[in-house]
Write a new protein. Structure first.
Length: 592
């Protein structure tokens, strides 16, 4: 093992300096290069000029191992044990190595849009703000006054005025999303793997961290540490349009790459699937409220269902999105993006989504939904306790700008982060979907299956509405206690879809061919799968997401009066990406 003197005496080959991080010595240690990964080469030297560097770099893991030999005092303030033996949290990526995704853009544009400024700086562990720091209250975007709008405009203008090489700049902030979502980083310790913060339990905490630092940077740029960013309150009738301040073409909050049809006064469709609905405004609001209820209440009874599939270091990504990530998160992205752009830019594709200031307000509300969910049923709705989730970590720059490692366990309590959300009405909490009157007479599951295109063998390509009769693990009514102990869950497994396309399919229970008769907010609609396009690196042949969809059934089966049935008929209806989504299996399981 290297001694302290050996470490100090190690010959230095290059010195890398950034205005936002201390100069670090790149030694002759073996550089970490994941197969095929192209490193960002754009950075600035200490004087702010541009410098190319491609010399050997300090491997962060090597640094950690070596620092470990220096003892606790030497490492104080730096990273502490990144991974426990036997545990497998997704660790912070090596951000000195940022891969080039295949975005169909000129090579230079790729680097600028998908790689935050590279850094060899050693991150410091996150420490929460002092408890005496005033609480920042994030307001609903549609409810703010002119003073607030002027302030946010000032902050955003200042952020956009910073050079792209500055990690606090809007360009650098926007690229964070691309880097963590489009395969630019690998999972530490697993060469060739892609780090993906969507479609799993990392979705909510990653975006919370992202917004948290984004907000702190905005505040510091206008000298107001109490500044709180707005949330797009799309779950309440008053907020179901693009907020006015984001659609003023003269504002730095404006983005021309949006779907022009969806500018105000168009109401958002939280269940958007690429086709314009024919609802009246009233029907649209009602539909949205029922969608919210379904996703936040019916489909989110337990932490493991709400947060999404477990994703540990070494796992394939896309272990399965939670209900909120599917809907309304996905449809809102696609509803905002410009369908006339090559890849639905900006909001309609993960690589470019962060370039629209509206992205941060959209995710502000997703972040709020995490807090709201915990308040709906404090006994059952708790954060996950799995150490691999709690110890997963990400790297962000703070406002100083200093590189910070933040773990999921650091961000469970927004009070601890010193922010809250404006209290606003939530009419969806009582908008329980209703059984479609016609559906009551659909008949027995067997009769329904007889009238539908049946799938007898899996896998299938979902090119049209397809029904399958699925046996339940229980066929008698269970008590309330039994039901709260075990949730009956419909698992659509082996879903495969090309990453480049927008895909959506709906899942109905006991509706058969008559799914078209199920109105907005119909109880027969169990839920939906949504994939927002996100291209990955060109050097990987595999361009498909492989994932699964889990839909809680307890409440739906109660309402459909199907708790005593031995089986149910599940109908899958493609909405977007028809014929391009493969389904591997459909089954029902009981889970804790
Ligand atoms: Cu998003």
């Amino acid at each position: 093992m290297a001694s302290l003197s050996q470490l100090i005496a190690r010959p230095t080959t290059t010195v890398q300096c950034y205005p936002w991080s201390p100069c670090s010595n790149s030694s002759s240690l073996k550089p970490r290069r994941a197969a095929g990964r192209v490193r960002c080469t754009l950075s600035t030297d200490a004087t702010g000029g541009r410098a190319e560097h491609d010399g050997p770099r300090l491997d962060r893991r090597d640094v950690l191992l070596r620092l470990g030999t220096l003892g606790a005092s030497a490492t104080a303030g730096l990273l502490s044990s990144p991974r426990l033996a036997g545990a497998a949290p997704v660790a912070t990526p090596d951000i000195s190595s940022c891969g080039k995704p295949d975005l169909g853009l000129p090579p230079n544009a790729n680097l600028l849009t998908c790689c935050p400024p590279p850094s060899n700086a050693l991150p410091v562990d996150f420490s929460p703000p002092d408890a005496s720091t005033p609480l920042r209250t994030r307001p609903a975007a549609h409810s703010v006054g002119a003073d607030y709008v002027a302030k946010l405009n000032r902050a955003m203008a200042a952020m956009k005025a910073l050079p792209a090489e500055d990690p606090r700049s809007f360009a650098a902030q926007a690229s964070i999303h691309c880097a963590y979502c489009n395969g630019s980083y690998g999972v530490e310790g697993f060469p060739g793997s892609d780090l993906q913060v969507h479609n799993s339990w990392l979705f909510l905490p990653f975006h919370r961290c992202y917004l948290y630092f984004f907000e702190r940077i905005l505040g510091s740029l206008i000298g107001d540490p109490s500044f709180a960013m707005p949330f797009w309150n799309w779950d309440a009738p008053g907020g179901m349009r693009m907020p006015a301040m984001y659609v003023d073409p003269k504002s730095p909050l404006f983005d021309p790459r949006r779907d022009a049809r969806h500018a105000p006064p168009e109401l958002i469709n939280l269940d958007y699937n690429g086709r314009e609905p024919t609802f009246t405004d009233r029907q649209q609001v009602d539909h949205n409220l029922r969608v919210m209820y379904r996703q936040m209440v019916s489909l989110s009874p337990t932490p493991s269902l709400f947060f999404g599939g477990a994703y540990r270091a070494g796992d394939e990504p896309d272990q399965g999105p939670g209900p909120m990530e599917n809907i309304p998160h996905g449809p809102v992205h696609i509803w905002c993006g410009d369908p006339n752009q090559p890849a639905g830019e900006d909001m309609g594709n993960f690589y470019s989504a962060g370039r629209d200031p509206l992205f941060y307000a959209h995710h502000g509300n997703i972040d709020r939904m995490w807090s709201v969910w915990k308040g709906l049923d404090p006994r059952r709705h708790r954060d996950l306790t799995d150490p691999d989730w709690l110890d997963s970590s990400f790297l962000f720059y703070d406002e100083t700008p200093k590189l910070v490692r933040i773990r999921v366990r650091d961000v469970l309590d927004t009070d601890r982060l010193r922010y809250r959300f404006q209290d606003v009405p939530m009419p969806w909490t009582t908008a329980r979907p209703t059984v479609t009157p016609r559906a009551r007479s659909f008949g027995t599951p067997t009769a329904v299956a007889a009238s539908a295109k049946k799938a007898t063998k899996f896998p299938i390509m979902l090119d049209s509405a397809t029904s399958v009769t699925v046996r339940r693990p229980v066929s008698s009514k269970r008590s309330k206690l039994e039901k709260s102990a075990k949730e009956e869950v419909l698992v659509i497994g082996g879903i495969e879809v090309d990453m480049d396309i927008a895909a959506k399919f709906d899942v109905f229970v006991n509706a058969g061919d008559d799914h078209a008769a199920v109105g907005s907010g119909g109880r027969e609609l169990a839920g939906s799968f949504v994939s927002v396009p996100h291209r990955h690196r060109h050097d990987k042949k595999e361009k498909k997401i492989k994932t699964k969809l889990r839909l809680a059934l307890n409440e739906q089966l109660e309402d459909l009066d199907a708790e005593g049935d031995e089986s149910v008929v599940v109908t899958l209806v493609p909405r977007q990406g028809k014929g391009k989504v493969k389904i591997g299996s459909v089954k029902i399981e009981l889970i804790d």
